[in-house]
Design a protein around this ligand. Sequence first.
Ligand code: FAD
Length: 966
Amino acid sequence: MEGGTRVFSRSSLTGRLMNWSMQQEQLKVQLFRLIDVLPALDEPREVARHARDYLGGADGELPWVMRAGLEAGAKVPAILSFAARLGVRQMANNFILARDAGAAIPKLVRLREKRLTFTADILGETVLSETEAQKYQERYLRLITQLADAAKNWEDIEQLDSDDRGPIPKVNVSVKISALYSQIKPAAPQDAIEHLSERLRPILRLAKARGVFINFDMEHYALKDVTLALFKKMLEEPEFAGSRQLGIAMQAYLRDCARDMLELIAWAAGRGQRVTVRLVKGAYWDTESLMARQREWPSPVFDLKHETDANYEAVAALMLGHPEEIGCAFATHNVRSMAACIARAEALGQPPGSYEIQMLYGMAEPIKQALIDMGHRVREYCPVGEILPGMSYLVRRLLENTSNEGFLRATFSKERPVTELLADPRKAQGAEPVAWPVPPFRNEPHTDFTRSEARTRMQEAMTVMRGELGKHYPLLIGEREVRTDDEKLSINPAKPSQIVGVLAQAGVKEADEAIAEATAAFPQWSRTEADARAKIIARAGDLIAAARFEFAAIEVFEVGKTWAEADADVAEAIDFCRYYAGEMRRIASTTYSVPGELNLHHYKARGLAVIIAPWNFPLAILCGMTAAALVAGNCAIIKPSEQSAVIGARLARVFRDAGVPPGAIQLLLGSGATVGAYLVEHPDIALIAFTGSKEVGLKIWEAAGRTRPGQTQLKKVVCEMGGKNAIIVDTDADLDEAVPGILASAFGYQGQKCSAASRLIVLEPVYERLLERLVDGASSLRIGSPEDPANMVGPVIDSEAYERIKAMIEAAKGYAKLAYSAPVSESQGYYIGPTIFRDVPADSALAQQEIFGPVLAVMRARDLDDALTIVNGTQFALTGGFFSRSPRNIERVKREFDVGNLYINRGITGALVARHPFGGHKMSGGGTKAGGSDYLLNFLLPRVVTENLMRRGFVSPATEGQRPDS
Ligand code: FAD
């Protein structure tokens, strides 16, 4: 690196590219995306194509070297490919010490010769399977052994190998916990800590035996509490208690940082334990702020750079103030931050050797040298490993070095005066937080189960609901609660002996009574002002929100959803109420006036609506269809699924409590084939809102099309059915993203979501590589009772589903290769482990029929044409996904993959109201989009009233804006 004017040396290709990219913010993103994908490309042709796709549009702004390269690449791809790979390798070499420990050792020796010491880190994070976690553990063990062996020959250098209290280890290794356990679940920190302790113990034991220091890196905020708890737990185990060779990183950009530090100090003081803390600002600022905003969670990080800087100095002072508890390591490249720490230490009379300065390999070289010369102990963080697993690290470094906010860029580019760079961050003025776009509708946030209060509330709600298991639920007809002789049990699919509720069963008589009540209630409810109805429906949303943990808990018992899945379903129900309330207000009426003429465009309710809902989103779908019908002024008779009748019955009560008149919302529990079919065919029913299987959906569609005696209107059917959803994986896909995305989409809620992935189409070159990681990933998923938040895969809904899915799996073994079938150890409950078939024929039952279970059919595609033919080759068109880093292929797939909801580079489930209006076409449904701006129109009839306001040349005062039927 060149001290003076540039962050990167002008003489290297990397330097030139980086310096150029800082002046071209738009192109910087394209360039970094290209760098990210390059190591994953095998063919020169592919490299040339990607380079053109990412940078081709910006020809005029590219430096001549790159323009020339792109032109040459069009003719001779091998040249461009070679140059590009060399460039990325060079770039990686700037920040990655070596490929492996063997190659690292001579370089570490050279660092020591320069009076720099080190902490070695193995590149890679967030493993996807236990196989990968195991491998990381082995690599850490090897690294420790190799470095400790090598260090035996290293002479002591006082500046590096001792502090004010005596000798310190020559070898220092940094570990990332996300590399050591693949199933860390926010709601189950104890499970994570148990598994991580087991993986860590051998590492710590070896380190202790070999005199090696181990530092826990700090990663994403979701892992922060687990990392801190794990760190303390290890030091509380007799084997490691009192050790001075353990440290942890803490991030000053976190609002929690000072509080966590005080807790750590108190804990250390209580135990007479001294620990080393590496104080960093934090490497994930963009992700943390973006994800918090996306989830509507409070941001865990400061919004403004100077707030982080000020907090860094404050926490550093706290650390320096507790020398008996905390050994200080200040990791920063910011001269002001570092100077503040050094000045504080001096003021406290602490010599340079009592703390250390840490910096990253490949960054801020002149600053390191100056500090060494001043007598400080400077430790370099040295990543070791291959570029592919190191890509996240590399991209973080490129972003950091070119960030507008970053100290390094500002220093070296002389963009800002020195006085400003060294100013006290507490006095910074004028900065504004990033202005994020405000979405038009705010989704109810999902619960952040990393928070212990949230976990406690859920546990408490489970206890409360356990006490309510076995309750009787009557029908609600008009004002009456109706009990019937015939009753049906709803049972827990994870524990079939457990009765969740006892449900009254409606027959034709009850259906007729409900229709009569609804008919009587309709005139008044439909003429209630739209705004008043909207208020009532929004209130229903608030009531669900107030009882959200109880609703989620009952879902765990009745339909076998995990905590997070149940919570998401409840949040969606709340969204539906609030969103449709807002939509109704928006569309209620509009006028289109010309002088002397008033045109009132408005909507009226259709009439009596039957809502037939499935069990897989037992609250959200039923609630969404009902809220839409009601807010539009229809009277709703709801028939929840038999498997989730308790949840349905509780929801009916919510609408009543919110103020919907009894005749406008009625509950009929019973069998779809009898009471459901009767309602659908009834001549007085105007609207049927159905979500469920294709088989039932088609019957409803047909039955509703037949006009019966006495019928006075055409029935409207809102019909959403199943899918045979597919994900395509392109040759250049980021498998670190694709594998977890596929696993969650195929096996989340046991593959029983309408949007679940049941087909995976992989392009030939990555087929085997992906399949191997997918099988490893699937084999790591925890199967078991959803009451335990550590489990990811629960039971399928009932014995019938269990038998049907098992039979399909058996039949498939005859024509496709079983790649993986998870063993199930549960002794009761309808558990089917994740099952993966490979080389599945595209026309087979497995590839064409809906399964609604944790079964994934994997198919090989020659190229993207072939993949698109396969994915579009079923009757269905619901959801689909594509993992790719090729801009051109992404554009093509957007056009040609025929589904209602297409997801690029993410999982294909988890649609959010308003953000992702949901629904498909072909045999997946009638093209209606639940949670979308045009959904309510299906529940309404449009009217226009035109009034001539002229009376013999006068314009009469108009009753403007008033609906004639209100
Ligand atoms: P500066 O340019 O002064 O600060 C940049 C930092 O400020 C950003 O990284 C971010 O944290 C923060 N920031 C940027 N914009 C804003 C904003 N708008 N509002 C609020 N804050 C903002 N990081 C980890 O997360 N975990 C680790 O375990 C870890 N280990 C490290 C070990 C070493 C030896 C070193 C040197 C760094 C380590 N880091 C780690 C990375 C470190 O977080 C970044 O290198 C560091 O944040 C850069 O800060 P700086 O003081 O060098 O530069």
